[in-house]
Ligand binder design. Structure first.
Ligand SMILES: Cc1cc2nc3c(=O)[nH]c(=O)nc-3n(C[C@H](O)[C@H](O)[C@H](O)COP(=O)(O)O)c2cc1C
Length: 173
């Protein structure tokens, strides 16, 4: 039986050990589609998603981050800082990181629904990574996402179930 959204959201966890099996193109396309339809500020869609699968790209990203965990596909999410939404009411506030985060979350959850595991990764040098992949100076890397099939002995870390009670994070004003 198909799981509900709440079951999916509760079951998903950060996988930190992948098998060597590459994900099928149809599944990858579906995951990318889930990102494409994500909402962004003023619908400006400043995101870029780079699919790293070649030997050279995987070698490079493994040199840059210790959090690739054996994945054969790594997604690099960036936004173009020239084309994200700028808040005219609050100088300096702009939407690029939020836009990319929503796109990435859509993709992470769609992946899990397809039986594909992932991990959100911020431990990488943003500027050095942009340089290593020859991105323009306007493009800002936000996160990496290794994706693939979870190894048989992959398991949730203790952090997965350690969430604050809602009373601690939600306040009535
Ligand atoms: C913004 C962000 C950055 C993260 N960076 C990393 C990272 O660099 N390496 C890693 O292994 N996990 C990283 N994670 C995964 C978190 O540690 C994980 O989501 C959290 O502990 C909850 O566990 P769960 O995803 O298994 O439920 C990151 C998650 C988020 C949302």
């Amino acid at each position: 039986m198909k799981s509900t959204f709440m079951e999916l959201a509760k079951n998903r966890y950060s996988v930190r050990k992948f098998t060597g099996q590459k994900i099928e193109k149809e599944k990858l396309d579906q995951i990318l589609e889930a990102g494409r339809i994500a909402p962004t500020a003023a619908n400006l869609q400043p995101q870029h998603v780079y699919v790293l699968e070649s030997e050279a790209a995987l070698h490079k990203i493994n040199e840059l981050s210790r959090c690739i965990y054996g994945a054969q596909t790594v997604l690099l999410f960036t936004y173009d800082s020239r084309s994200d939404w700028k808040n005219a009411l609050e100088p300096g506030i702009h939407s690029g990181e939020q836009d990319v985060s929503i796109v990435a979350t859509h993709m992470m959850l769609e992946a899990w629904d397809l039986g594909i595991a992932s991990c959100w990764v911020n431990v990488f040098p943003n500027t050095k990574t942009a340089e290593a992949f020859g991105l323009s100076k306007y493009e800002k890397p936000v996160l990496l996402m290794p994706i693939g099939y979870a190894a048989p002995d992959a398991h949730p870390s203790t952090m997965h179930t350690n969430r604050k009670p809602v009373e601690e994070t939600v306040r009535a004003l």
